[in-house]
Design a protein around this ligand. Structure first.
Ligand code: NAP
Length: 283
């Protein structure tokens, strides 16, 4: 895989490009983006070797799409139209059902691999790219059986070489699980940030009193709305279900407080401490 095209050179596309350059020094990374300024930054930061356009991907061995999921759904069929028979298109989007659906009957479906690397930060754009982001992280691969074996094999080897552990799942299950494991945490963090901002209009007070608990819980509220809005839109049904369960838990907690039932509040927290065993070794 010599000619690699990164469509989207932000946190995920840029970080993948950095790791690929380390593990495949012979590869040439071509960057494609909406804004030329973004490509210039990616070039200056050494994420990509040269600028390119969508038309150039007829020369690609591998195309990696890392742009917001609504843009992926719009662009993916055209990108697949252009990819040569021996080329593979991979997408790194945080939702999988709509993306897999849009190419379900595409004549080149076997040239597409759907994946979701479970790695990231709250930062975005090329300046957020970091080497080693994917080391030891899970990469969820969907519908692997629909990708030509001779194309998936070198790509999965590449992702393994940069440190990812492959996990296989169908796209509908992926979206259901990820609503709980990732999407709800982001909404919860955004709304925690909003609640505090609304109450503490004087931002200086927030800054002075922000302890590590607030800072770590609200960290995800710095994430990009441009990336997250289409994720919530595509995973609306699952996200609403998680929100209903979360709101029920918050309401229950409030009722216990109103009723001075601090024994039950203690028990709720004690039971939830079990999260330590579940996450042991992850964080
Ligand atoms: P990012 O840092 O914001 O980078 C995305 C890039 O896509 C931007 O540099 C932007 O380039 C381009 N872009 C934005 N809107 C676009 C549009 N409508 N059409 C075409 N290009 C557009 O985002 P990211 O965190 O790398 O996320 C990229 C993908 O990875 C998303 O699908 C996301 O769901 C997925 N993902 C994210 C994480 C995470 O934690 N952040 C983790 C796993 C997967 P321009 O400046 O040129 O517009």
């Amino acid at each position: 895989m010599k000619n690699i095209y990164a469509i989207g050179v932000g946190l995920i596309g840029g970080s993948l490009a950095l790791d690929i350059k380390t593990h495949r020094p012979d590869a040439v990374i071509h960057g494609v983006s909406r804004k030329d300024a973004t490509l210039t930054t990616a070039l200056e930061l050494g994420l990509i070797d040269q600028k390119a356009t969508l038309d150039d991907i007829e020369n690609a061995d591998l195309v990696i799409i890392s742009i917001p999921v609504d843009a992926t759904v719009k662009l993916l069929p055209t990108i697949l139209d252009k990819i040569p028979d021996a080329g593979l298109v991979v997408d790194a989007g945080s939702t999988k059902a709509d993306i897999c659906k849009v190419v379900e009957t595409h004549p080149k479906r076997r040239n597409f691999l759907a994946m979701h690397p479970i790695a990231g930060t709250e930062h975005s754009g090329p300046t957020a790219a970091v080497a080693g982001l994917f080391k030891g992280k899970t990469n969820i691969v969907c519908e692997v059986e629909k990708t030509a074996f001779k194309l998936q094999e070198p790509a999965l080897k590449l992702f393994t070489d940069i440190g990812m552990r492959m996990r296989y799942m169908n796209p509908v299950e992926h979206d259901r699980h990820i609503a709980y494991m990732s999407h709800l945490s982001h909404i919860s963090s955004f709304m925690l940030g909003k609640t505090v901002i609304d109450k503490e209009k004087n931002e200086r007070d927030i800054f002075d009193m922000a302890g590590s608990g607030f800072a770590s819980t609200v960290r995800l509220a710095k994430s990009s709305p441009e990336m997250w809005t289409p994720i919530f839109e595509q995973n609306k049904t699952n996200v609403i279900e998680t929100l209903e369960e979360y709101i029920n838990n918050l309401t229950h907690f409030k009722e216990l407080m109103k009723n001075d039932d601090f024994g039950a509040i203690y028990d709720e927290m004690k039971n939830t401490n079990h999260i330590k065993d579940i996450l042991n070794g992850i964080i």
